[in-house]
Design a protein around this ligand. Structure first.
Ligand code: CO
Length: 210
């Protein structure tokens, strides 16, 4: 059974860790001080710690379908607030990936049930950039460009939160980055970033009383 393999592999992993470093778990058990919050896609082919070779304790991770930052998502907002205000992460990385099934579904016109509501946010990104996207004739290239634009939009969505704007004001962090991972060769490309204190695309998104 597949789940039994997971439990067995866990035991051998813990044993091997202790052999190479007897204090390994003792050190990690009391403290976590990651400097990075990672917001990625739930896709099983994009494991954040493996593709970045980060170790336990180094990155705080939130994953959902198509690496979205939805401003009414209590799950994301709770992770964001904890990461920014308690862990005081220095960087937030939104990492999407080419070939993302969530973005592909959002580009289509099939009703898929409850996930329609989630994907609506990506359809909105499509509408904001429909002129650019519809000028791209090749389906794969159009999908990949929407994947990139969606990542950029989610980076902007983070900057629009009062959580991030307050942190910028008080301790000049976090820096927010938009990255895209290529499943075909395992390489991450940088797309876009917002440094602390950057003005929004429109002042209506900036809070004065933080
Ligand atoms: Co995906």
């Amino acid at each position: 059974m597949i789940y039994e393999r997971l439990l067995q592999d866990n035991k051998s992993w813990a044993k091997a860790k202790l052999q190479e470093d007897p204090d390994y778990f003792e050190r990690l058990v009391n403290v976590q001080t990651p400097e990075i919050l990672w917001i990625g896609c739930s896709d099983s082919r994009v494991p954040p710690d493996q593709i970045t070779q980060t170790k336990p304790g180094e990155i705080f991770i939130h994953r959902n379908v198509a690496n979205m930052v939805v401003h009414t998502d209590l799950n994301l907002l709770s992770v964001l607030q904890y990461a920014v205000e308690v862990l005081k992460v220095k960087h937030i990385i939104v990492c999407g990936h080419y070939g993302c099934g969530g973005v592909k579904a959002a580009m289509g016109r099939n009703s898929l049930g409850i996930i329609n509501k989630w994907l609506r946010n990506i359809k909105d990104v499509y509408r904001f950039h429909s002129d650019e996207l519809e000028a791209i004739k090749d389906d794969q290239n159009r999908l990949n460009r929407l994947i990139e634009l969606n990542i950029i939009e989610q980076v902007n969505n983070l900057a629009k939160t009062s959580i991030v704007q307050r942190a910028w004001k008080e301790w000049d962090a976090p820096h927010i980055h938009g990255w895209v991972y290529n499943l075909a060769d395992g390489i991450i490309h940088t797309l876009f970033d917002i440094a602390p204190g950057t003005h929004m695309e429109h002042p209506i998104y900036e809070y004065d009383n933080l």
